[in-house]
Design a protein around this ligand. Structure first.
Ligand code: CUA
Length: 312
């Protein structure tokens, strides 16, 4: 049984709902006041009525003008501040989230848990700790919409977008594609299952064991020939990738970038775009050779090098 649209499953959903209902109530009050004034004035100043039609005294006119201008300005600023606080607080994910990879394609959601367990059209996640979705598309623009979390994010071909949340209420919720992506867009739906950590652990253990993503990535790293140049013992002068993920990288044109998924992906597919300072642009492009599934594995492998790097 899928829980209704209105039930929120995270603290963020609660904050979002409060903002929404206060805005709704405020709009209702203002509409009621405007409507009452329209009706009241049209009766009072109807044709032939004896109501006084002259100007108000100047002092009262000014007070009224200042009064409602500053009152509405204050209300607008308050709403802006409140919405900004709720949104900004929730942009950056906390450290070490549980990372789930999502690949969208016409017309399905492919999900891969960090231990390699795969799902199609379903997204299982534990409650109580931060979960980050790392998303990309194989074809056109899709949009991940999780109404129970009040979260929506476009999913784009050729780059990564992210969503993060800390689920609170276990349950089965809707998962929609919210960007028109072709004839079967409306069927690109799924189930979003939030489980307590214990249930989630049991669920994960009961799944057919997918291969460890990082291990598959390591195998790809060798079979694609990456290790030929990037291994420490290699005769070719190529950047050492140990601990590269999340590190600052100096480029030959003087810029400094963070080696995140987007940078690493570009480095593999468009190696001439960002050349690391001190290196020759000799890396071949793997565009059309590495597909999105393989890219996920390579990223997992590169990230695992980062954690090993930290441990040293
Ligand atoms: Cu994918 Cu709409």
């Amino acid at each position: 049984m899928i829980s209704g649209f209105a039930s929120g499953a995270s603290a963020y959903a609660g904050q979002w709902d409060r903002l929404f209902f206060v805005l709704l109530a405020l709009s209702a009050v203002i509409s009621a006041v405007v409507f009452a004034l329209v009706v009241g004035f049209s009766i009072r100043y109807r044709r032939g009525s004896s109501a006084k039609r002259g100007l108000l005294p100047g002092v009262i006119r000014n007070e009224l003008e200042f009064g409602w201008t500053s009152a509405t300005a204050f209300v607008f600023i308050f709403i802006f501040w409140w919405a900004a606080v709720v949104q900004l607080k929730n942009i950056v994910p906390p450290n070490n989230p549980y990372e789930i990879h999502v690949v969208a394609k016409q017309w399905m959601w492919k999900v891969q848990q960090p231990n390699g367990v795969r799902e199609i059209g379903e997204l299982h996640a534990p409650t109580g700790s931060p979960v980050e979705l790392i998303m990309s598309s194989e074809d056109v623009i899709h949009s991940m919409f999780l109404p129970s979390l009040r979260l929506k994010q476009d999913v784009l071909p050729g780059r990564y977008t992210y969503l993060w949340f800390t689920g609170q209420k276990p349950g089965v919720y809707h998962l929609f594609c919210a960007e028109f992506c072709g004839t079967e867009h409306s069927r690109m739906i799924g189930k979003f299952v939030l489980m307590s950590p214990a249930d989630f652990g049991r669920w994960l253990a009961a799944q057919p064991l997918g291969a460890d993503l990082a291990k598959e990535g390591a195998a790809l790293f060798r079979s694609l020939g990456c290790s030929g140049c990037h291994a420490a013992s290699s005769a070719v002068h190529a950047p050492d990738l140990n601990g590269v993920y999340g590190r600052q990288v100096k480029l030959s044109d003087g810029r400094t970038v963070i080696a995140d998924e987007a940078y690493l992906r570009d480095s593999i597919l468009l190696p001439e775009k960002d050349i690391v300072a001190g290196f020759e642009p000799i890396m071949p492009s793997f565009r059309g050779i590495v597909n999105d599934d393989q890219m996920i594995k390579l990223m997992a492998y590169l990230r695992s090098l980062a954690t090993e790097g930290e441990r040293q």
